[in-house]
Design a protein around this ligand. Structure first.
Ligand code: PEP
Length: 254
């Protein structure tokens, strides 16, 4: 059975001292969690600080992006090795905000995914359609292209370390959530695509998270869907109560 994994994307929020406080609270509020996976993804600046708090707990630590080069004259970029050196073992790649504001493409996502895997980081690869694309009825086509491009050339072995996050762009930070049925349809399509690309075992074992205004009051319905194996949470992960509520909901479903 696949695990349910709840990841929190802190985006550009939390100074070091705020991050320290939130990580501490999350750790305390999730001591009873035995089955659900938990990952927190603070900004780069707080990774090492947060690692000090959670390193002896089951909470995983992730970055929100990574560059593919090992080192060099790439002002502002952070390499996979640098991320690893903070204690982080996960990295979000291809978030729609990176695609929308910073020119991320399926090709750059693929380079980052490869670089992450080569350096022992587990990528959380984000895909999802815009509102226009959903209204044009091309959601499956868009998501298929993102998955084929982003995961191009990966082996079944490498896929064991990959998490996919389906995040309809129109649901991110808007308060609009895909209905459980809408989300389940796309998740099932993604799993079928993974079977075609990497075989049935990979498809069965890959964690596919849903992201887009997940909150304590909709988490149960979303996470109960057959092909939804967790959530990538933005807004609701910045407050300990809402984030731990979602985690406790996941735990009850396992
Ligand atoms: C996200 O940032 O990945 C996200 C899903 O944000 P929110 O939960 O705020 O929609």
């Amino acid at each position: 059975m696949r695990k349910i994994v709840i990841a929190g994307n802190w985006k550009m929020y939390k100074t070091n001292s705020e991050a320290l406080q939130l990580a501490n609270q999350i750790k305390i509020n999730t001591t009873a969690i035995k089955k659900a996976g938990i990952i927190i993804c603070p900004p780069f600046t707080a990774l090492a600080t947060v690692n000090e708090v959670i390193k002896d707990s089951p909470i995983g630590l992730g970055a929100q992006d990574v560059y593919w080069e090992k080192e060099g004259a790439f002002t502002s970029c952070i390499s996979p090795g640098m991320v690893r050196s903070t204690g982080a073992t996960y990295v979000i790649i291809g978030h729609s905000e990176r695609r929308q504001y910073f020119g991320e493409t399926d090709e750059t996502v693929n380079k980052k995914v490869n670089a992450a895997l080569d350096n022992g980081l587990k990528p959380i690869v984000c895909v999802g359609e815009t509102l226009d694309q959903r209204e044009e009825n091309i959601t499956d086509k868009v998501v298929t292209k993102q998955i084929k491009g982003g995961l191009a050339g990966l082996t079944e072995e490498q896929m064991k370390s990959v998490i996919i996050a389906y995040e309809p762009v129109w649901a991110i930070g808007t308060g609009k959530t895909a209905t459980p049925d809408q989300a389940q349809d796309v998740h099932a399509m993604i799993r079928q695509l993974l079977a075609e690309l990497f075989g049935n075992l990979t498809a069965e074992n890959t964690v596919i998270q849903y992201g887009g205004s997940v909150k304590p009051d909709n988490a149960n319905d979303l996470l109960s869907q057959k092909d939804i194996d967790g959530a990538l949470v933005g807004g609701a992960c910045l407050k300990v109560d809402s984030f731990s509520d979602i985690i406790h909901t996941a735990e009850k479903l396992l």
